[in-house]
Write a protein that binds this ligand. Structure first.
Ligand code: AMP
Length: 193
């Protein structure tokens, strides 16, 4: 199954992506995780992406699209995939459609997680992640950056709902509740309950 997970920062995409991908038996591919691994590994891609990420801006499409195209051509993605954090612009969505067409395939479903903005701000400012045994705040989870990321999402990424609705691929679920409740809703929306 080939699935895109949509939703604003703080909607729980990362957590749900891991669980849902496990249940579907496909790899969860997170562009944010790939970028963060490249930043920690001090690769050239990481250097290119870091300034944008720290500011809460999107990494330019050329960089992101090429990275995803390479990742989707890897053997483990042949059975399917769950994309988390990509596409984030209409241009990326169009490129994705082309890349998949070249591989002779296409998306099966686009699952959107919906959470109201007040709740997102609350979740993001309290969020911590484990790095080298320590709980740290992501640079881009600082309050000023969070507000900017939500704005970027509203302007550049939210239009993807209409884009995928028009393709007849979009399913939407409320993403407030326990992790298990949201997973159950997601699996039902994907027709795998
Ligand atoms: P995430 O972990 O999905 O919240 O992504 C963290 C950051 O990585 C974003 O704020 C962007 O700077 C960058 N990023 C992740 N995915 C993309 C994408 N599809 N296009 C552009 N930038 C991205």
């Amino acid at each position: 199954m080939r699935v895109v997970l949509l939703g604003p920062p703080g909607a729980g995409k990362g957590t749900q992506a891991q669980i849902i991908a496990g249940k579907l038996g496909v790899p969860a591919i997170s562009t944010g995780d790939i970028f963060r691994a490249n930043v920690s590994g001090r690769t050239e891609l990481g250097q290119q992406a870091k300034t944008y990420m720290d500011a809460g801006d999107l990494v330019p499409d050329e960089i992101t699209v090429a990275m995803v195209r390479d990742r989707l051509a890897e053997p483990d993605a042949e059975v399917g995939f769950l994309l988390d954090g990509f596409p984030r612009t209409i241009a990326q969505a169009e490129q994705l459609r082309e890349s998949l067409a070249e591989l002779g395939t296409g998306l099966d479903r686009v699952l959107e997680l919906v959470v109201e903005e007040e709740e997102l701000v609350r979740r993001l400012s309290g969020r911590r992640m484990l790095v080298d045994g320590k709980m740290v705040q992501r640079e881009d989870d600082k309050p000023e950056t969070v507000r900017h990321r939500l704005e970027v999402h509203r302007e550049q990424t939210a239009p993807l709902s209409d884009f995928y609705e028009a393709e007849g691929l979009l399913v939407t679920i409320g993403a407030v509740g326990s992790v298990e409740e949201v997973t159950a809703r997601a699996m039902a929306a994907l027709g795998r309950a």
